[in-house]
Ligand binder design. Sequence first.
Ligand SMILES: Cc1ncc(C[n+]2csc(CCOP(=O)(O)OP(=O)(O)O)c2C)c(N)n1
Ligand SMILES: CC(=O)[C@@H](O)[C@H](O)COP(=O)(O)O
Ligand SMILES: [Mg+2]
Length: 638
Amino acid sequence: MEDKIKEALTASNILNNINKPNDIKKVSADEYSALATEIREFLISNISVTGGHLASNLGVVELTMALHLSLNFPEDRLVWDVGHQAYTHKILTGRKEGFRKLRTYEGLSGFPKIKESDCDAFDTGHSSTSISAALGLAKARDLQKENYNVFAVIGDGALSGGMSFEALNNAARLQSNMVIILNDNNMSINENVGGMATYLGKVRTSVKYNGFKEGIERVLSTLPKGKSVIDRLRRSKDSIKRLFIPGMLFEDMGLTYIGPIDGHNIEQLLSAINSAKNMKEAVIIHVITKKGKGYKLAEKNPSKYHGIDPFIIETGEVKKKSTKSTISYTDKFAKTLVSLAEKDEKIVAITAAMPSGTGLIKFAKRYPKRFFDVGIAEEHAVTFAAGLAVGGMKPVVAIYSTFLQRAYDQLLHDVCINSIPVVFAIDRAGIVGSDGETHQGIFDISYLLTMPNMTVMAPKNGQEFEDMLTFAVNHNGPIAIRYPRGKVYSGLGEFRAPIEYGKSELLYSEKDILLLAYGNMVEVANEVRNQLKEQGYSVSLVNVRFVAPFDEELLTKLLPTHRYVVTLEENINSGGFGQKIVGFLCKNNYNDNKYIRISLPDAFIPQGDADLLRKEYGIDAQSVVNKILSEVEVSNRM
Ligand SMILES: Cc1ncc(C[n+]2csc(CCOP(=O)(O)OP(=O)(O)O)c2C)c(N)n1
Ligand SMILES: CC(=O)[C@@H](O)[C@H](O)COP(=O)(O)O
Ligand SMILES: [Mg+2]
C-alpha cells in the first residue's frame, strides 16, 4: 500500500484543494479512493514525525470522508468517542497545517476541542461519553426547534464502557433523530473483551455483509416496494427483520439498527448515513473497519500503532529518544508484580482495557487465570476487585490516574468504608504531556486524600517502587501507589530504609529549610537542595513516602529547627499534600514557620512535552529554587 500512496501523491493532489470545512463536497466520486490514499499518506508521514494515535485514524478515513460528504459543518454536530480517531475530521475541517505541531505545547490537539474549531462539537478524551453528549445535543436541538444533524462515532471498545449503555438506554426513548455510528474494528487498544465484543463478533460473522445485502435483496423482492433497502426492511414483518437484521440487541432496546456495513466502502456508508439522518428516531449504524488500514505494520499490529512515538515508516520502528537504558515505572511494576505473584498465588491483577499501557500484559501471559481485563470499565474494575478481596484474593488494580477518576464512588463506597484490602497501582500519575487536559494525572492525590482508610504512597525511585509494591500486597486495607509516566529515577539508591507504615524517610537532616517531597518530586527536591547548599543554605530533605497517613511524628520533631517548610508535589493544590501540611501547621500553632507550596495550580494543564510543562508550571528544580530564594529574601526583609 505504501508505494500506492507514494504514486497517488505524485499522480494527483486532491487534498491540496481541501482547506476548509465542506471543501470535500467539491471532490468527485471517482476521486474518493485517491483522496483516501492521500489522507492515509498524510497521516502516516505526519505521525511518523510527531507521534500520535495512528491505527485508529487509519481505520476511519472512509468513514470520516462519508460523514463529511453527507453532513455540513459546523451546523451539524459530530461527537467522536475518545476522540483519538478524529485526525481526518481535523484534516477535512481546515487544520492540515496544524499537524506539524500535533500534540505539542500550544499546537494542534490530538483530541476534539471546541476551543480549536467550531467543527468540534464536544471535547472528548475519556471513553464512552459520545452517546450521552450527542443525546444532549439532540435534545437541545429539539427543545429549541432547531434543525441540524447530530451524530456520534463510538468504537467497539468504547461501547464496553458502562456510560455508553446508560446513554443507549436513554436514547431509545428519544422521539427524534440522532445517529450513532458504531465503528467496529474488533479492537480496543489491545484485543477487545467482554460480552459486547462477543456479540459484535457474532454479528460480524453471522452474515458476510456483502452477501448479506444480496440475501436481503432476494427477500425484499417479495415485500412492498420502498425507497431503499432500509425503508423496505423497516416495513418488513418483525419476523423477517429478526431473521435478517443481526443487531437485534439494539433494535430490542428501541434503536433502529443498520448494518453491518463495510466501513471502507464510501458508497455503502453514504447510503446508510443519508438514510439514517432522515429517520425520525435514534439510529445505530454498525460499520466494520480495519484498525491500521493502509499501513501494513499497523494492520498486523494495531496495538503497537494505537498510540505511537515518532517512528521510521519503512521499518515501523520507534525512533530512539534516549540511550538511557533505565526501564519505565510501568515495566518495573510489571516485573515486580509477576515476581510477587510467583510467591503468592492469592495475587490477582485487573486492568480496564489497558493491558499494554499498565504493563499487565506480562502478568497475563504468565498467570492468565489470575488476570482480568474488564474492558473500558474502571468503575466495575474497582468493585470487582473489592469482591475478589472479600472473597480472599489479593487484587492489584492497575489504572491510569486520570481514568481512575471514573471510579471515585467505587473507591469510597465499595472499598474504603469497609477498609477492603485492594492495591491500586496508579500509573501516569502527574503530568503525562501530549494527551493534554483530559489525560494529565494531576488530581489523584486530591481525590484519594478525601477517602478515610485509604493509604497513599509514592516512590522516590525504581527500587523504592518495588519495596512499596511488596509492602502493599501484604497491607490489610485499601492502599494506592501513584507513579509517573516514563523512566524510573535511579538516583538516591543509597537510601533504602525499610518501608514502615505511615513513616517518611529522612534523607538529609540539617536545619533552616525543610523540603517535604513525594514521588518523582523527591528527585527535584534533591536537585533543589544541592543548589541551595551551593548558596550556603542549610537544607533538610524528607522523602514523604506516605502521603496518607503522613508522618506527623517526624514533622513535629523537625519543625522547631526549620523556619521554612516546603512541600513539593506534582498534583493540583486543592486537596493536595501541601494543604494537609498547612492544616497541621495551623492546627498546632506553628506560627513561626514559613510555609512554601510547590504544586500545580488548580487548573487543567494543556498538552506539551512533560518537562516543558513542569517548567511552565514552576515545579522544575530551577523554578523551585527561585521561589524559595525569593520567599527567604522577603521574609528576611520583614
Ligand atoms: C475512561 C477511559 N479509559 C481508558 C481509556 C484509554 N483508551 C483510549 S482509546 C481506548 C480503546 C478504544 O477502543 P475503540 O473505542 O474500539 O476505538 P479504536 O481505537 O478501536 O478506534 C482506550 C481503552 C480512555 N480513553 N478512557
Ligand atoms: C487515547 C487514549 O486515551 C490512550 O491511547 C492514551 O493516549 C494512552 O496513553 P499512554 O500513551 O500514556 O499509554
Ligand atoms: Mg475498536
